[in-house]
Write a protein that binds this ligand. Sequence first.
Ligand SMILES: Cc1cc2nc3c(=O)[nH]c(=O)nc-3n(C[C@H](O)[C@H](O)[C@H](O)COP(=O)(O)OP(=O)(O)OC[C@H]3O[C@@H](n4cnc5c(N)ncnc54)[C@H](O)[C@@H]3O)c2cc1C
Length: 416
Amino acid sequence: MIVIGGGVIGVATLSALCAKGVPAVLLEANDDLALETSFANGGMMTPSQPEPWNSPSAFAHLLSSLFQPNSAMRIHWRVLPGIMGWGLRFLQNSVPAAARKSAEANFVLAGYSLNCAKNLTQQYQLQYDQGCNGSLKVFSSKYEFAKSINMAQELQDLGLRFDAMDGAGAVTVEPQLQHARKQIAGAIYYPDDCMGDARKFTLALAEHAKASGGQIKLQSKVTGLIRENNRIIGVDTASGPIFGEVVVCAGISAPDLLRPLDLPLPIKPVKGYSITVDASALSGQMPMLPVVDEARHIAITPIAKRLRVVGMAEFAGVDHELPAKRLHLLRGVFDTIYPHLSSHLDWQAASPWTGLRPMNCDGVPIIGRSPVNGLWLNCGHGHLGWTMAAGSAALLADMIIGARPAIDCSAYAYNR
Ligand SMILES: Cc1cc2nc3c(=O)[nH]c(=O)nc-3n(C[C@H](O)[C@H](O)[C@H](O)COP(=O)(O)OP(=O)(O)OC[C@H]3O[C@@H](n4cnc5c(N)ncnc54)[C@H](O)[C@@H]3O)c2cc1C
């Protein structure tokens, strides 16, 4: 089996295949693993955030962002023509019933995945600055707070646990919010969420996969899929063809690989940013869990002795620029949430980063067979790829060996 892509999804897939005894080789275009979207993401493993980003309100917000360049969620004029077809499907999926169906599918997968990641962590003794203190969403608007409580109540039957509280309650859960308390109209604590460094996880899991017989070839860009009738029999690379069945885990590049087969894959890049700052100077004042500012689309995650400020959603095409204005916005939110901590941190030495979320038009990943024999898909995980990686990989490996996956996978099928 050939796995294309060495991000968190590809490496988790390689590992799951090795665990099932399937001989597999992973091909990664870059010099190392997890240098693209899995590099410095929010680090949150949050089944509590399953809502697709094409919820009805998000769509209206996106349109208004055309005229508000400082909006955290924004669409750029220049990408509008290229995004129209995808945008129509995004719009169709933004009606409440469709958005709810997507949220449920994501929640079920994310919950299963979190358990898979915990099992892998224990079984292989993986170290990736992990923690499971839950996560906290804070709201400055009563209306948004009430909406999120509604969504949480809808997911309660599927197993979501949550605790809604006022600003004082939020400070009890995360004492470092003490100075932001007056701005908090409400907060929701999700006790089952976890966090960790997605890149460290990817690298640790890759070592384990190699030790179990998996091969990893870096600097091995796949230039095309080799087709014989209605079957994929291998891939072309600069150093020659490699033969076998194929799993595409290529993040935002997956549609390019499938285009010559006339297999549309409705995945577009959604840009986000992070700044990681050393927080060892904080010692006793270190925040304990990820805090998500829902309205501003920004989160702050403690990852061992670092703090990562992360967020924003831009439809900007394949664009790796790091504009100072956007980083300034991230920093501004940090200063609002933790004003007493900011001056203790060396922001000059902080590491800014941008990544492109591979977003499917309904906000749910595609996991399973493609319509072409010998070609499997594990892509389009959008804002939840780190959360869903271990579970998506386990499901796909079960499908490949003909075993019954642990959860119903129809919601993730290519032809759903
Ligand atoms: C700002 C930001 C914050 C985020 N926060 C979170 C979070 O807190 N929690 C969460 O769950 N998710 C989060 N995400 C989402 C998560 O990071 C992604 O969903 C996930 O990293 C996607 O993983 P991937 O393996 O599909 O893609 P990638 O990590 O991009 O990996 C794809 C790999 O395929 C390789 N590749 C592509 N084409 C080829 C080819 N032709 N040949 C060989 N190799 C190829 C690429 O080089 C790349 O290494 C965040 C994303 C962003 C941008």
